[in-house]
Design a protein around this ligand. Structure first.
Ligand code: SAM
Ligand code: MD0
Ligand code: SF4
Length: 386
């Protein structure tokens, strides 16, 4: 059942006035019909503009090992899938790719891998070394997406200069989770995010849609992620993958993802919310930004042999998933690349607030705009910035 447009309008006004949206209200918003969705997206854009002005951040994505010990039902890289491309880049290769990405102007490097036993062995020493080398070589903020790792590894990653830990629950409904992340305890995954925060890492959580979830599941996920107070939150539409149990599922439309982006923006105004190029490539970018996202993720350099996660090849070799490929789309929407200095300042403020137990750089305190000119935390590697 869809929600009448008048009610959507009313809830959007309430959100923009700083009123609370409980889980039921989040569900009503997620159930907007196409007309209501336009109202929802407009409110989300208004909220983004208040928090971030017209600035958007750009994340480089380096999927440096596609080996994985897990068997997530949705994932191309699940263990035992003979169809997925397997590679493990050497640290030197990763550093070289990251230098090039930094020079192209990205604001952050997202170092992502399957749960590769070779890299996770011996206290994940190879992973930690690789992350340290990238931090030193580029000076850019670094996100690590290694799957579940223990507290000692998280502490080492932070010590070597990592800024972010990304780990998506996919759904916060335990029964659905058990069908998706087969054999991976729900609580264990959730605990890893809390442990990451405890050692001083910024944290991203996220949900997957089009995979058996309903409005109530998504509303619940958004409410749980808001309570988690994570600095970045995301949603991505499931992309069916060859060689997996869900290969024959028809690809879901992205309307539920767009609504979820907008509802997250209203529920968590000052958080970073990605528009991923990994779901529908460059052609899906403007829709996601128009729904209220403020970070473009999954920028992948061509000619490096790197894959995407859910779109392993789409738009990569063509060079569309690059900073240069993204900028014209920002311009068409009246947005601009905020740039590495503004991003480093955001990270620094987020870290200070997290240390003070005070969430992300925040709504309504007059210091949340990017333009307030706080110094970047690290200066290196930003020569290619605008
Ligand atoms: N292996 C690590 C992990 O699972 O946390 C990090 C990489 S994993 C590939 C990153 C995310 O990609 C997953 O958490 C999931 O949300 C997303 N993903 C994987 N397969 C997908 C698919 N077929 N469609 C959409 N998103 C997918
Ligand atoms: C993305 N393919 O941003 C990446 C990935 C992992 N931290 C991110 C899912 O879409
Ligand atoms: Fe492995 Fe991550 Fe894919 Fe799950 S989502 S199979 S943990 S790479």
């Amino acid at each position: 059942m869809t929600t009448p447009v008048a009610e959507i309008r009313e809830l959007c006004v309430r959100a923009l006035e700083g009123g609370a949206l409980d889980e039921a209200a989040l569900g009503r918003l997620l159930a907007a019909d196409d007309e209501g969705a336009e109202e929802l997206y407009a409110a989300a854009r208004e909220q983004r503009a208040r928090q971030f002005g017209d600035g958007v951040f750009l994340y480089g994505f380096v999927y440096f090992s596609t080996y994985c010990r897990n068997a997530c039902a949705f994932c191309y890289y699940r263990v035992g899938n003979p169809e997925s491309p397997r590679y493990r880049k050497t640290p030197d290769e990763v550093v070289a790719i990251c230098r090039d990405l930094a020079a192209s102007g990205v604001d952050l490097l997202d170092l992502t891998m399957g749960e590769d036993p070779v890299l996770l062995d011996d206290g994940a020493v190879r992973l930690v070394e690789l992350v340290g080398a990238v931090v030193e070589a580029t000076g850019l903020p670094v996100m690590v997406s290694p799957g579940v790792v223990d507290d000692a590894v998280l502490r080492e990653l932070r010590r070597r200069g990592a800024d972010w830990y990304a780990l998506y629950q996919e759904t916060h409904s335990p029964e659905l989770y058990a069908r998706l992340r087969v054999g991976q305890p729900f609580e264990y995954r959730a605990a890893a995010r809390a442990a990451a925060r405890a050692v001083g890492l910024l944290v991203e959580d996220g949900l997957l849609t089009g995979i058996g979830d309903g409005v109530a599941d998504r509303a619940h996920s958004i409410a749980v992620m808001r309570a988690g107070d994570w600095q970045q939150v995301r949603v991505m539409t499931f992309v069916p993958q060859a060689g997996t149990p869900l290969a024959a599922t028809p690809p879901p439309a992205d309307g539920d993802e767009l609504r979820a982006i907008a509802v997250m923006r209203l529920a968590m105004p000052d958080r970073l919310i990605p528009a991923s190029l990994d779901v529908d490539g460059i052609r899906g970018l403007e829709r996601r930004l128009q729904a209220g996202a403020n970070v473009v993720t999954s920028i992948v350099p061509p000619t490096t042999g790197l894959a995407g996660v859910s779109q392993s090849e789409l738009d990569i070799e063509e060079g569309h998933r690059t900073v240069a490929g993204v900028l014209p789309h920002l311009a068409r929407l009246g947005l601009r690349h905020a740039g590495p200095a503004a991003y480093a300042a955001w990270v620094e403020r987020a870290r200070r607030r997290a240390a003070a137990g005070d969430g992300a750089p925040g709504a309504g305190d007059g210091r949340s705009r990017l333009e307030d000119g706080a110094p970047p935390a690290r200066g290196g590697g930003t020569e290619g910035a605008e």
